[in-house]
Ligand binder design. Structure first.
Ligand SMILES: Cc1cc2nc3c(=O)[nH]c(=O)nc-3n(C[C@H](O)[C@H](O)[C@H](O)COP(=O)(O)OP(=O)(O)OC[C@H]3O[C@@H](n4cnc5c(N)ncnc54)[C@H](O)[C@@H]3O)c2cc1C
Ligand code: SF4
Length: 487
């Protein structure tokens, strides 16, 4: 612990954001790092409390060595901080930007003071490592001659690839999209995670010896059986990409889209340098309704503001969450609280009101005679929870409303991996339609075939994808070599 009185002397100070009014004019990242002195003071706020819940089961899913690198940040020992960070986290440049930071909800200082800025400290360590040239290719010294195929290049596949490559195996990553990165590339928008950073890291991994094969859909362009035959092990990290639908009347009207069609099209247009309001779905001058909260819904909101939507409304079926911890979420549990995310802030700044409507159920999409969406009909609902039972919903009579809508974006979550590959390989699914592969072994019902990430656990977080990518790499290394030294 660098400074015993740090948590008394210094207040929490998060990264500085560009103002909503300014940042909605572009798709660039909007966080600005603190200066060196301020960042070191934030490191000094860590109490090194003895039982670091931040890196326990309640906190960081990859057990980042948080108090150790907080201390190194305080002392300005950036290279050592970088080395400690990379021991547990393959991609701090991603988690430092997009992780919801369960570590901070479990921070002991957070019991009665604002918690340590763990995520921002992490981001500064890795960004400085890039700037100072510490982050560079580290090709493995020895090769085992074993070949591993990884299908899907999201954070789970990339973490597995990084670990197995470092263990000396020859790794090929197959990705059906034209760019590597999974949802890091085409899900999370550029303002939250700059795609040049993803490209840069992919480039480093390629220099370390990983072979990337974008624009190859396994199961269509290459038979899945061919991979099983040609490689010593196959890892499926194909994500949970099947979107939940809303089968209300009028669903097939023009203008009703899945959120990912909208987000992917926008990022691709940005990267291909085509006009942002060109060939993809544009919200410019449109009434936009986003159905579903969460990260996906918020990213649709932030993108629609930047397109210059006429209005933006966000429906959430569930009740408005509490703003502070309740008995249901005692410290150090990660609480489900009302989150005022960047998109909400931007809508308030641009249109003057919070876009969110809670406890509201979509009943019907209304179109014109040409089959184009024009409005959405809803009804308000009431939630109650009988003791020992699941929460139940009741429609409120007389609360029907009609909202103008030219575009509806469905952001209601995902229902596991798509069918083709799973069927072709004859894999078992679990009761939630994910690939059955117990956590810890990551082995599917098929010999030599492993699964990890959202495809195995359902739609989750980048940090959990990294956890699973590291875990599956460990088990594949053990399968190939009889033993493993991978952490
Ligand atoms: C819009 C959005 C925003 C999000 N924001 C956040 C956030 O802010 N913070 C956070 O922690 N998490 C966020 N998440 C969740 C997070 O992105 C995912 O949990 C994480 O990316 C899962 O990683 P993965 O590697 O398992 O799968 P994915 O990232 O989904 O990658 C799977 C890849 O497999 C490829 N693939 C599928 N089938 C095949 C095939 N047959 N052949 C070849 N390739 C194939 C897909 O094209 C895809 O690229 C967000 C999710 C979405 C949708
Ligand atoms: S990866 Fe997420 S949970 Fe872990 S230290 Fe970083 S911000 Fe916290």
């Amino acid at each position: 612990m660098g400074k015993p009185t740090g948590f008394i002397e210094y207040a929490r100070k998060s990264v500085i954001d560009r103002s909503p009014e300014e940042r909605i004019n572009d798709f660039n990242e909007f966080h600005i790092h603190l200066d060196d002195r301020e960042r070191r003071e934030q490191g000094a706020r860590c109490m090194d409390c003895g039982t670091p819940f931040c890196q326990s089961n309640y906190g960081c899913p990859i057990d980042n060595l948080i108090p150790e690198w907080n201390d190194l940040v305080y002392h300005g020992r950036w290279e050592e901080a970088f080395t400690r960070l990379m021991k547990t986290n393959n991609f701090p440049e991603y988690t430092g930007r997009v992780c919801p930071a369960p570590c901070e909800s479990a921070c002991v200082l957070g019991i009665n003071e604002p918690p340590v800025t763990i995520k921002d400290n992490e981001c500064t360590i890795i960004d400085r490592a890039y700037e100072s040239g510490l982050m560079k290719p580290r090709p493995p010294r020895l090769r085992t001659g074993k070949r591993v195929a990884i299908v899907g290049s999201g954070p789970a596949g990339l973490a597995a690839a990084d670990q197995l490559n470092q263990a000396g195996h020859l790794v090929t990553v197959f990705e059906r999209d034209d760019r590597i990165g999974g949802l890091l590339m085409y899900g999370i928008p550029n303002m939250k995670l700059d795609k040049s950073l993803v490209e840069k890291r992919n480039g480093i991994m390629a220099q370390e010896g990983i072979e990337f094969r974008p624009a190859v859909c396994v199961g269509t362009d290459i038979e899945a059986e061919e991979l099983v035959h040609d490689y010593d092990a196959v890892i499926l990290t194909v994500g949970a990409t099947k979107p939940r639908d809303l089968p209300a009347a009028g669903r097939r009207l023009r203008g009703v889209h899945y959120a990912m069609e909208y987000l992917r099209g926008n990022t691709k247009a940005l990267l291909d340098a085509s006009s942002v309001n060109g060939s993809h779905i544009s919200a410019q001058d449109k009434h936009v309704v986003v159905i579903g909260g969460g990260d996906t819904g918020n990213d649709c909101i932030g993108t629609a503001v930047r397109h210059g939507a006429k209005s933006i409304t966000n429906f959430e079926l569930l009740a408005r969450p509490a703003t502070t911890r309740t008995a249901e979420y005692p410290w150090p549990v990660y609480p489900r609280l009302l989150k005022n995310d960047y998109g909400h802030e931007e809508v308030i700044a641009r249109y003057g009101a919070d876009p969110r409507e809670f406890s509201i159920l979509t009943k019907e999409f209304v179109g014109d005679e040409s089959g184009r969406l024009r409005a959405v009909k809803t009804v308000r609902v009431k939630w109650h929870k009988p003791p020992g039972d699941r929460p139940q919903m009741q429609e409120i009579a007389g609360s029907e409303e009609t909202w103008p809508a030219d575009i509806v974006l469905l952001a209601m979550g995902f229902l596991g991996p798509e069918d083709d590959l799973v069927t072709q390989l004859g894999l078992e699914r679990d009761e939630r339609s994910n690939i059955r592969a117990p956590y810890g072994s990551f082995a599917t019902s098929r010999a030599k075939v492993f699964a990890a990430g959202d495809a195995r656990r359902g739609q989750s977080l980048v940090v959990w994808a990294i956890n699973e990518g590291r875990g599956v790499a460990r088990e594949v290394d053990r399968f190939l070599m009889g033993d493993t030294l991978l952490p």
